[in-house]
Design a protein around this ligand. Structure first.
Ligand SMILES: Cc1ncc(C[n+]2csc(CCOP(=O)(O)OP(=O)(O)O)c2C)c(N)n1
Ligand SMILES: [Mg+2]
Length: 645
């Protein structure tokens, strides 16, 4: 057997020295997981550092992202060009790609952004699912695997349960979770807060469970061998020592998140018999590392043809354009009242089963209307299915979708109620940060959902979403706007989209006024006269309310321009001249109507001109709730009259 000890020490000392130089970082985890990582990279991981984005590679995810130096050391040692020695020396510094926590950089070998604990495990489930789907669709000989490292923290986080339960149910046998069971987290021993029997926990959700010694190379190798062919996802519980090799800090929380210090580094070098200068890797060891992936050359060449046939999202826009052309033709004269969630479903009925797109819902399929009638169910018997029943696991779903989107093999969408966007927020934020493109369908988007009451009536959620940088929020008012929002969302490649839809029926009011091909997020939907005294901005279900309000105002000789703004995110990306012109009015007065919290709209107008809701809703029929909050044409028109007189 290979002598892995010094190969692992390369990781340990690169990590120790980079953290020391940065004067911050986490040396303990890389020191503790170096042995496992070395065996994995030398003998199992199918990858090609010369072609980091080779579509049929295995994925490596570091869910315990604080140990980022483990990943950077591995990538540098294995020969990924973008992670060179200068990047290692500039760990955590401005402009380097070796950020404090790994940041999604697929052409550098960083498969996903991690750091918020629990997310990486769940992302890995999404990657494994996308790869199983790919394998099933393309009838691949070998399904790429996903190896994910996690620590105690990831297993304590609730999201991990949602993700592992889903993965077990779907029998994602290409997923291998490697647990750094060092019994230490920041506050000290895990005995303080964590007494799970993790093996039983994983067994109970249908995983293949193995355990061993994370510093015994033979044991590591045997266990990794055992999980190569299984019919379930695998959990390998490795007992490890955090800060392995440090005489005074090993097995202690003190090695978790601060530099070892120069004295302790001297002692650690002595302990591990390492005599090199900082960042020096002996040439024989470096060569051994660089050669370690050569064993994959054969499979890389053999699968070249198969890889080149995998188009991923390359033709996606053309396919999407076709869909919208047909949908537009079918719906352009549609004139019946309809909930926008139903209009959205009508769009999904057009999706071809061979399009690289699949979606789902967190157990609200019939309410979110997220399933196209032609979509088959994705299950362990049919990985090619186009519709996923995520179960009641919103947070897990959002993180799983990030994993799917990060593979760039599929577009993905899913659904839940807008009020439950809060359950998903951490993953939505990460999608934005990673510049990936999952689409969330959020139905029941206001008090308009009625009797389910304040727990289900979103108030602040839509603005919570608008506050996430690099994201697109959509709230269409009818069928045509829903089409335009879906079309735009599917065309966005570098940001997530959130499509907020009504439960209640809405009239068709935008027909023929909306140009699907040059949709700018906002436009004049109605004008009571050529010259407008005031401008009223409204979104979604409140656009028709704004039109009725304007009718009452016109009877009092006040003419309004109603700007429907289904996407302020998109509107705000337009030229300032366009934005100014769209909103200007004779009296220079802008009013806003939206059945949600008002604060966001302060950038458009003064507080007293915003009509929304800054308290929780009420359990009653929708009409009564709108009445309670004064969102009626009569009340709004009288308030507007008072403001301008
Ligand atoms: C969601 C989340 N909460 C808290 C933290 C801060 N944090 C980073 S590491 C850590 C302890 C993790 O313990 P473990 O996974 O066992 O890591 P080890 O100390 O063994 O490396 C905590 C609380 C975080 N990164 N993410
Ligand atoms: Mg730990």
């Amino acid at each position: 057997m290979k002598n892995y000890t010094n190969l692992a020490n390369c990781i340990r000392f690169l990590s120790i020295e980079a953290v020391e130089k940065a004067k911050s970082g986490h040396p303990g985890m890389p020191m503790g997981m170096a042995d496992i990582a070395t065996v994995l990279f030398h003998d199992f991981l199918v990858h090609n550092p010369k072609d980091p984005e080779w579509v049929l590679r295995d994925r490596f995810v570091l869910s315990n992202g604080h140990g980022s130096m483990l990943l950077y050391s591995l990538l540098y040692l294995a020969g990924y060009k973008k992670i060179n020695l200068s990047q290692i020396k500039n760990f955590r510094q401005l402009g380097s790609i070796t950020a404090g926590h790994p940041e999604y950089e697929p052409d550098a070998g960083v498969e996903i952004t991690t750091g918020p604990l629990g997310q990486g495990i769940s992302n890995a489930v999404g990657m494994a699912l996308a790869l199983k789907r790919l394998s099933s669709e393309k009838k691949l000989k070998r399904t790429p695997k996903v190896y994910v490292f996690c620590g105690d923290g990831c297993l304590m986080e609730g999201i991990s349960q949602e993700a592992i339960s889903f993965a077990g149910h779907l029998k994602l046998d290409n997923l291998i979770l490697i647990y750094d069971n060092n019994k230490i987290s920041i506050d000290g021993s895990t005995d303080l807060a964590f007494s799970d029997n993790s093996n039983l926990r994983f067994k109970s959700v249908n995983w293949n469970v193995l355990f061993g010694d994370g510093h015994n190379h033979k044991n590591i190798k045997d266990l990794l061998k055992k999980v190569q062919k299984t019919s379930q996802p695998s959990f390998i519980n490795f007992k490890t020592t955090i800060g392995f090799g440090s005489p005074n800090k090993a097995a202690k929380a003190s090695s978790h998140g601060s530099p070892l210090g120069s004295d302790e580094i001297v002692l650690t070098k002595k302990e591990l018999n390492w005599n090199e200068k900082p960042f020096d890797i002996p040439s024989n060891l470096l060569k051994n590392w660089r050669d370690s992936s050569k064993r994959n050359n054969k499979i890389y060449t053999q699968t070249k043809k198969a890889s080149s046939k995998i188009r991923g999202l390359k033709d996606f826009q053309k396919q999407a354009d076709r869909i919208f052309k047909s949908a537009f033709r079918q719906f352009k004269d549609f004139d019946s009242p309809q909930a926008t969630r139903k209009s959205s479903e009508a769009v999904l009925h057009f999706i071809d089963s061979n399009m690289p797109l699949f979606g789902g819902s967190a157990d609200l399929t019939g309410s979110n209307n997220t399933k196209g009638k032609q979509m088959s169910i994705l299950s362990h018997k049919n990985y090619s299915g186009q519709y996923v029943h995520y179960g009641v696991r919103e947070h897990g779903m959002a993180a799983i979708m990030n994993g799917i989107a990060a593979t760039k093999l599929y577009k993905t969408y899913s659904g839940t109620f807008l009020s439950f966007a809060d359950y998903m927020k951490p993953s939505l934020r990460l999608a934005s940060l990673m510049k990936i493109d999952p689409i969330q369908v959020f139905t029941h988007d206001s008090i308009g959902l009625g009797e389910d009451g304040p727990t289900h009536q979103p108030i602040e959620q839509i603005n919570m979403l608008r506050l996430i940088p690099n994201s697109y929020v959509f709230r269409p008012c009818d069928m045509m706007e829903t089409l335009a929002c879906w079309k735009t969302a599917l065309s966005i490649e570098n940001a997530p989209s959130f499509i907020c839809l009504s439960r209640q029926n809405l009239p068709q009011i935008s027909n023929k006024k909306i140009d699907l091909d040059s949709f700018k997020g906002a436009y004049i939907i109605n004008q009571t006269s050529k010259i407008s005294d005031i401008t009223i901005i409204a979104t979604g279900s409140e656009v028709s309310l704004a039109i009725e309000t304007a009718d009452l105002l016109s009877k009092q000789k006040i003419n309004s321009k109603i700007v429907s703004m289904p996407s302020s995110s998109l509107f705000e990306k337009q030229k300032s001249s366009f934005r100014k012109k769209l909103l200007q009015s004779k009296l220079d007065q802008i009013f806003v109507i939206e059945a949600g919290s008002t604060m966001y709209w302060n950038k458009y107008t003064k507080t007293e001109n915003i009509f929304g809701i800054d308290e929780f809703g009420a359990s009653a029929p929708a009409k009564d709730v709108f009445n309670k909050f004064g969102l009626t044409p009569k009340n709004l028109s009288s308030k507007i009259m008072k403001r301008i007189r």
